[in-house]
Design a protein around this ligand. Structure first.
Ligand code: ZN
Ligand code: FE
Length: 239
């Protein structure tokens, strides 16, 4: 398995997780169809499945066009069946979806939206976190409560420390500025910021991150009670 990062729209990332034995792939959150189709045509990859983390347009915008072209099967949370375009397979919390060499565990992580889920490919130790856990940040709370978001973020904390985290947006640099403001003496964060700046200057993605890095540096994961989490979330909204 390899993961290909596909830049979409302004600052979105879609991903292809590719089975190199068959050249079949799962597309995670196709913001738009063209960059995905271009990659697949060039590399002879077949996007058999489309995996959506949530219904926002910048995560499902390419669903229908990719589905029409490749007869892809679209997966999403059952609660979002009326708002994920082209949805075929309705997923549940804690379900394991397996087909061919793809095997992933679904976790319901509401807060950003009611129906947000993550996909954890446990054999590869890779998680697609959508707009819930960002590198050095977390998603805005649009449909859920602070409690839900706090609880959803805490679900990441028990994964293996070397789990690779692929999220929906390149927000890392901006997020890092908020983290350092509220955690100025965190040496691990200072070191990570140097790496991040290097990558941004080279025009390369700052992702994937690792759970270890996020536990050490992400102020929202470091908040250990709902009160401080909620306060940070409010401050970030106006940062
Ligand atoms: Zn979103
Ligand atoms: Fe988004």
């Amino acid at each position: 398995m390899k993961v290909e990062i596909i830049k979409c729209l302004q600052d979105n990332y879609s991903y292809l997780i590719i089975d190199e034995q068959t050249n079949e792939a799962c597309v995670i959150d196709p913001s738009e169809a063209n960059p995905i189709i271009n990659y697949c045509e060039k590399n002879d990859v077949r996007p058999k499945y489309i995996l959506n983390t949530h219904h926002h347009f910048d995560h499902v915008g390419g669903n229908q066009e990719i589905k029409d072209k490749y007869s892809s099967v679209v997966l999403g949370f059952k609660g979002d069946k009326d708002r994920i375009p082209g949805i075929d397979l309705l997923l549940e919390d804690q379900q394991i979806w397996k087909t061919g060499n793809f095997e992933t565990k679904i976790t319901h992580i509401p807060g950003h939206t009611r129906g947000h889920i993550s996909y954890y490919f446990f054999n590869e130790k890779i998680i697609f976190s959508g707009d819930t856990l960002f590198s050095l940040g977390c998603g805005k709370i649009f449909e859920g409560t602070y409690d839900e978001m706090y609880e959803s973020l805490s679900k990441f904390k028990n994964l293996p420390l070397d789990t690779k985290i692929y999220c929906g947006h390149e927000y890392t640099l901006q997020n890092s500025k908020f983290c350092i403001k509220h955690d100025p003496s965190n040496q691990k964060l200072i070191n990570k910021m140097l790496e991040i700046k290097k990558k941004i200057n080279n025009g390369t993605p700052t992702l994937p991150s690792t759970l270890k890095d996020e536990l050490e540096c992400n102020i929202f994961l470091r908040a250990n009670n709902i009160r401080s989490f909620s306060k940070l979330r409010d401050l970030k909204d106006n940062f």
